[in-house]
Design a protein around this ligand. Structure first.
Ligand code: NDP
Length: 341
């Protein structure tokens, strides 16, 4: 089958494209301009006509994906801004929401061969302050309320998280409304912070995507480990997340649960999947890399936040996860191969 991957030049998406091609799928990747596809064409040259590009200049335009969805069997929607420098929260939420609803609307109208849509959401759409471990029934309403109340004065993490909650919710609401008209179902990936080696085009460390830059700064900027994101967070390896995106197309999923019937006691949820979600302290990452090349921090210090509950992706998608040691080793080897360390 052929899979449409939106935002194909992104950190996560290039790995998704690679794992799809390795699994035997053909891939049509969207990029905002032809020059953003050059690196991909080279990277996947060995796959010949099994990899093609489609230029979608502005995902917020109505009908932006109308041509791109034609003839594909599945869609992986990853394109969405992830940065922590927005002034107006709409800089993030408009492309997040309109990109998501737009690709679903194009699939409804022109995706007659589409069987499944996978949307890359985030633990940003799940997390909220709670003493309990969080699972796929949890939703981040707090960031939405904070952005509603504070607008441009909301924190940058809240502006990003607001965009992810609103975009994911819009996807489920779209399906609720149109479930009887469409020939596809929906699976949503909810990764925490995504770390791992790079396949996408990055000219220098300062041009890194947000999550990879975060790890680079922790290893190379004095004091960053204790300051960044409260000293830790929850993580998944980008290669494992890409595998989850492929499995989400290959596996049978539970039938759609209308939103009004979602019920934790009855075990009835929509097909959201938290990937790995292990808590880390940045100090643990520093401790995982032996030698004197990088920041040492204060070895053995730091308290990781609690893990997410992650059995669903293990049971339904058969996920297994890389260890912190393996990911750390591969990331620093990648930096060293690029002459960045
Ligand atoms: P990247 O910044 O590497 O990739 C983002 C992709 O989305 C790029 O292809 C980018 O295109 C595209 N994009 C961004 N803004 C727009 C816009 N306004 N209009 C059209 N396209 C846009 O980030 P990631 O690979 O990390 O993120 C991919 C997805 O994963 C996002 O949905 C993100 O929210 C989600 N995610 C990421 C996590 C992480 O830790 N990395 C954690 C959880 C979820 P261009 O290159 O042209 O800007």
């Amino acid at each position: 089958g052929k899979v449409l991957v939106s935002g194909a030049n992104g950190f996560i998406a290039v790995w998704v494209v690679r794992k799809l091609l390795e699994a035997g799928f053909s891939v049509r990747g969207t990029v905002r301009s032809a020059d953003k596809g050059t690196h991909l064409t080279k990277l996947f040259a060995a796959y010949g006509s099994k990899f093609e590009l489609s230029v979608v200049p502005d995902i917020t335009q109505e009908g932006a994906f109308d041509d791109a969805v034609k003839g594909v069997d599945a869609i992986e929607h990853t394109a969405s801004p992830f940065h922590l420098q927005a002034d107006d929260p709409a800089e993030l939420s408009v492309p997040a929401i309109q990109g998501t609803v737009g690709i679903l609307e194009s699939a409804r109208k022109y995706g007659s061969s589409v069987k499944r849509v996978v949307v890359t959401s985030s633990c940003a759409a799940v997390m909220h302050p709670s003493t309990e471990q969080l699972d796929e029934y949890d939703w981040n309403e707090d960031s939405v309320k904070n952005v509603e109340a504070l607008g441009a004065k909301a924190t940058n993490p809240d502006k990003y998280r607001n965009s992810k909650t609103l975009a994911e919710r819009a996807a489920w609401q779209f399906l609720d409304k149109h479930v009887s008209e469409v020939g596809w179902d929906l699976a949503v990936m909810n990764p925490p912070l995504v770390l791992g080696p790079l396949l996408h085009e990055v000219s220098s460390p300062s041009a890194l995507n947000t999550s990879a830059k975060n790890m680079y700064d922790v290893f190379t900027v004095p004091g960053f480990a204790s300051a960044s994101r409260g000293g830790g967070g929850n993580w998944v390896d980008v290669r494992d997340l890409a595998t989850a995106h492929v499995r989400a197309l290959q596996r049978d999923l539970p039938a759609y649960t209308p939103l009004a019937e979602v019920n934790k006691e009855q075990g009835r949820n929509v097909n959201r999947f938290i990937l790995n979600g292990k808590g880390f302290s940045w100090q643990q990452w520093l401790d995982a890399v032996p030698g004197d090349k990088y920041e040492k921090g204060t070895p053995g210090s730091g308290t990781p936040p609690r893990d997410y509950i992650n059995n669903k992706a293990i049971e339904v998608l058969g996920m297994e996860y890389r260890s912190m040691e393996e990911t750390a080793r591969d990331v620093v080897a990648d930096w060293e191969a690029r002459g960045w360390a």
